[in-house]
Ligand binder design. Structure first.
Ligand code: CP
Ligand code: NVA
Length: 316
């Protein structure tokens, strides 16, 4: 089934996830083959929240595919003065070939998709961050495939442990791990667990793909057997006022050298960035030899080019 929008990894079948990762790897290895692939196309990028990686990688990605990207701060377009999401989607559809949006409520990307006649990509909502976790899967596949190959089936049976807030990152990691047959454990303090509907969705899919989706509030038990430990900020964008309380509530959940030592030997460390060293991760782990955070950041570019090619190429 052709994909119209990309709001969630759960929009894709497991085979479509593998197809996007495979294309992302080819785009990375052979960028010259895609230089005209989106010739003359324009991506509108709507931002309600700040961004470094998403903004830069989408804009550079469109340029490298022969297209153009428009940065639209939500505060500076008419949405900021109350124009409806529906009218914004209909209007932009008359000029552009795709919309990427970073928003607060997930219903905003859903509403954009409902009213746009062009593909809509979720560049992060309060609920999900699917572009990030596809690039994370690409990065782990590169690390764990046999030398000289790129084979997402290498993720089968590996254990990813996410330590921290049960937020947008945790949700999209569940969907991604479940699609790819990788085990995932979410380690979060009580009160900060994931949306139960997303956990259930992951467990249902995992039962078919061989992925075990688990939850615990015990960081010592949770990281046992981890092949990769992942974390994210304790206070996400929009939660700044809760930052002090969260700092207290997440005590004992920092990914530090002692936690990494309890995981499997060679366990990798991942973070979507931006990172707060000394809070969710120690500086030593974040910048240490097991950290692959900038490989992740780079792969945002390649995987998003693959997503745009999948949604926006003529005949897609
Ligand atoms: N990881 C990520 O989405 O980074 P930005 O907030 O800088 O886009
Ligand atoms: N959970 C973080 C992710 C940033 C990329 C946030 O939403 O702010």
């Amino acid at each position: 089934m052709a994909l119209k929008h990309f709001l969630s990894v759960a929009d894709l079948t497991p085979q479509q996830v593998v197809d996007v990762l495979t294309l992302a790897n080819d785009v990375k290895l052979n960028p010259g083959n895609y230089r005209k692939a989106l010739d003359g196309q324009t991506l509108a990028m709507i931002f309600q929240k700040k961004s470094t990686r998403t903004r830069v990688s989408f804009e550079v990605g469109m340029y490298q595919l022969g297209g153009h990207a428009l940065f639209l701060s939500a505060a500076d377009i008419q949405i900021g003065r109350g124009e409806t999401i529906a009218d914004t989607a209909r209007t932009i559809s008359r000029y552009c070939n795709g919309i990427m949006a970073r928003v607060f409520g997930h219903e905003i990307v859903e509403e954009l998709a409902q009213h746009a006649s062009i593909p809509v990509i979720n560049g992060l909502s309060d609920l999900e961050h699917p572009c990030q976790t596809l690039c994370d899967a690409q990065t782990l596949t590169e690390k764990w495939s046999p030398a000289g190959t790129f084979d997402p089936s290498c993720l089968h049976g590996k254990k990813l442990v996410y330590v921290g807030d049960g937020n947008n990152m945790a949700h999209s990691l569940i969907d991604t791990a479940a699609a790819l047959g990788m085990d995932i454990t979410i380690v979060a303090p009580h009160g900060y667990w994931c949306d139960p509907a997303i956990v259930e969705r992951g467990q249902r899919l995992g039962a078919k793909t061989g992925s075990i989706v688990g939850l615990t509030a015990d960081p010592i038990e949770g990281v046992r057997g981890a092949d990769c430990i992942y974390t994210d900020v304790w206070a996400s964008m929009g939660q700044e006022e809760e930052a002090a309380k969260r700092l207290r509530d997440f005590a004992g959940f920092q990914v530090d050298e002692a936690m990494l030592a309890r995981a499997n030997p060679g366990c990798l460390f991942m973070h979507c960035l931006p990172a707060h060293r000394g809070e969710e991760v120690s500086a030593g782990v974040c910048d240490g030899p097991q950290s692959i955070i900038f490989d992740q950041a780079e792969n945002r570019l390649h995987v998003q080019k693959a997503i745009m090619l999948t949604l926006m190429s003529k005949g897609a």
